[in-house]
Design a protein. Structure first.
Length: 258
């Protein structure tokens, strides 16, 4: 059986192009919301953890002095280089590497950000602590991720569906657990910004690579959820399409000054 890291690399090698070109992932308003919430400015050195196709890194690069993106999947980094070239972004560099540990000295960056990656981490608190380690005193740590329903049954149903859809999924945390990560990492309670990513089921399925036969299982799960919102995603039907939303949290906390 492949390891979790092997699942991540396998999935995201195949997802590199469809993920990076999907309109909800490229949404400029959402990217601007993240950069704005971070307080990024022209003196900042930014690290994008699990940077994927570089969309967040490039958004920060337009506001900051220098950005570094790090990711485990070489295909994602190649796509990130293409995205930077397409956007004319030059003040960004890409590193191949893991998050535990991050291959950077203590206090290397003034902003450390990660988008849509924490639900793939098996030990999210350890990753957040690493993000804090490489962030300078007074710098900001920014965690952006979907959050599962506070209803345990709905959160469990969503988790079971997501593991079918994407075997590299670890666990989407409810909002209270995301907040608790900051506390347990020794950070102040984060400032919070929210938005919904509005999605259509078939497009959602196109950006992942379930095992053979699992796509139909996922479609049935969503069909059933139209009646009772069993996934906590506001699933609804519009004509022949299944629509839903992923609730996204942007959590920002400053490291205490020495």
């Amino acid at each position: 059986m492949p390891s979790h890291k092997e699942n991540v690399v396998d999935q995201f090698t195949r997802q590199a192009l469809p993920f990076s070109t999907a309109a909800p992932i490229r949404d400029e308003a959402a990217l601007d919301l993240i950069v704005g919430a971070s307080g990024a400015g022209p003196d900042d050195d930014v690290l994008d953890v699990a940077c994927g196709p570089g969309l967040v890194a490039c958004a920060f690069a337009r506001k900051s002095r220098r950005v570094t993106g790090i990711d485990l999947t070489p295909a994602m980094l190649e796509r990130a280089r293409e995205v930077a070239r397409e956007q004319g972004i030059e003040n960004v560099e890409w590193r191949h590497g893991d998050v535990l540990p991050l291959p950077f000295p203590d206090a290397s960056f003034s902003i450390v950000v990660s988008r849509f990656a924490f639900h793939h981490f098996e030990t999210p608190l350890a990753v957040l602590k690493e993000m804090c380690r490489v962030c300078r005193p007074g710098g900001r740590v920014v965690l952006v991720d979907l959050h599962a329903s506070s209803d345990p049954a709905k959160a469990r149903a969503f988790h079971e569906m997501e593991v079918l859809r994407d075997p590299s999924h670890a666990r989407a945390l409810p909002l209270d657990e995301l907040r608790a990560l900051f506390r347990d990492a020794g950070l102040l309670a984060p400032a919070e910004t929210f938005y919904d990513m509005r999605l259509e089921l078939e497009g959602y399925l196109e950006r992942a690579f379930p095992a053979p036969g699992d796509e139909e299982k996922i479609r049935r799960i969503f069909e059933d959820a139209v009646a009772d919102d069993a996934l906590g995603l506001g699933v609804r039907r519009k004509g022949d399409r299944i629509l839903f939303r992923l609730p996204i949290a942007i959590l920002v906390s400053a490291l205490p000054e020495n």
